[in-house]
Design a protein around this ligand. Sequence first.
Ligand SMILES: CC(C)(COP(=O)(O)OP(=O)(O)OC[C@H]1O[C@@H](n2cnc3c(N)ncnc32)[C@H](O)[C@@H]1OP(=O)(O)O)[C@@H](O)C(=O)NCCC(=O)NCCS
Length: 150
Amino acid sequence: MAGGDAGNAEGAVGTDFRGARQTAADHFLALADGVPVGYVDCGTFDRCAVYGGEGDDGPIVLETIEAITGAIAFTIDPARRRQGLATSMIRALIDHPDLSTVELFEAGVEPENRPSRRTLEAAGFHLRSAEPDCEEMPYYELWAPDRRAR
Ligand SMILES: CC(C)(COP(=O)(O)OP(=O)(O)OC[C@H]1O[C@@H](n2cnc3c(N)ncnc32)[C@H](O)[C@@H]1OP(=O)(O)O)[C@@H](O)C(=O)NCCC(=O)NCCS
């Protein structure tokens, strides 16, 4: 996979979002035979904060997991879907040297996005909770093998 400039997401680095501080913004193009077929984005945070909506003093944090956390979002060229590419791309992301400090990967998915949910499961992710979050968003997570430090 090829890494790239972060664009607007770079501006989020160093800021707090819902109880966690973003420490990096990485973006990768996935290539198949030298041709771009997919894109995956990983924002790295100093912890995993489970969001519980907005309170009078700002975001409500229901739970904090003390693990360096990579929040991912991804897409595959529509002409190249159902070929296992997203699964391979996410597995490659987890093993990417630029993300070797990430202990926990997570992804929030629209509940009706079956292709994305199936893809995350195929890549080894599990639902964090049987209940969706306060925004009705199911969250999936994967502990990076051998990297859980705390
Ligand atoms: C979600 C997406 C990345 C999947 O890409 P892909 O390369 O087609 O996925 P894969 O071929 O690796 O398939 C992975 C799993 O999902 C399943 N899957 C993929 N598309 C599916 C569909 N349309 N319906 C049902 N299952 C589907 C596959 O069968 C496979 O499951 P299996 O291993 O149990 O057989 C692609 O559909 C996409 O880009 N969607 C739009 C963007 C998006 O929704 N991104 C996710 C939000 S972060």
